[in-house]
Design a protein around this ligand. Sequence first.
Ligand code: ADP
Length: 260
Amino acid sequence: MSRISKTRVVVKVGTHVLSEQNRLSKTRMLNLVEFLVKLMDRYEVILVSSAAVAAGYSFLKLDKNRLHNRQAIAAIGQPQLIATYNKKLEKFGKIAAQLLLTADDFDSRKRTYHAKCTVDTLIKHGILPIINENDATATEELVFGDNDQLSARVAHYFDAKLLILLSDIDGYYDSDPNQNPNALIKKIVNKIDKEELEIQSETQFAFATGGIVTKLKSAEYLLKRGKEMFIASGFDLSDIKSYMLEDVHNGGTLFTNKKV
Ligand code: ADP
């Protein structure tokens, strides 16, 4: 039986987008799920979701400045996060599956192979795989990255063509738009300069640890491997909807090797 295979994409959503006042934002999660379900009609979709700490904090209000506290809060929040996704997905007749991975898993061919087979099987059966870092054993993304870099590895090793980063910012600018009101958005980026990877950017938000540099590192990693990355707003999904569902690039930044 032949089946026209769909393009595989990874969507990564940051803590900032998923949470509001120290807890999950149910409205934004519903909007996201609604978009993901539409995306699943047209593409094979893998979600990388942060926000386990935000989901757990209201249950155990420990000092988040301490790493072990954040790990414990994440352990509480992770099942809450997946339960919330499932509640929203249910409205559309879908369910989620959870995979907790670390960057080290991708150092092992055997572990990568098994994880990919799991993802392939889930997708084949219409289930949404949701990946997060295994925060109890790995702390890279919990400390710095907010899953930006993990999602780039997921995109590469699980054979996706594109990584979509849904962020608190609607694209990559020629300077930090929160500092410079005249910053201009870059619609297409073919190459990332060394200096750009060294910009010091501090995020203001207590739960978010990504920043633009980890996003650029992910873009560089993917461009080297012939993949694409798109940064768009996770607050207002209209740009990513038009790009992915209507093939119209209105807003957002596409990192690609293609000279357009
Ligand atoms: P998220 O939590 O959504 O993954 P972050 O808040 O960690 O994202 O990183 C995005 C932030 O990076 C933006 O809000 C912005 O203030 C900052 N930033 C710094 N330089 C740039 C730039 N050149 N273009 C876009 N954003 C930038």
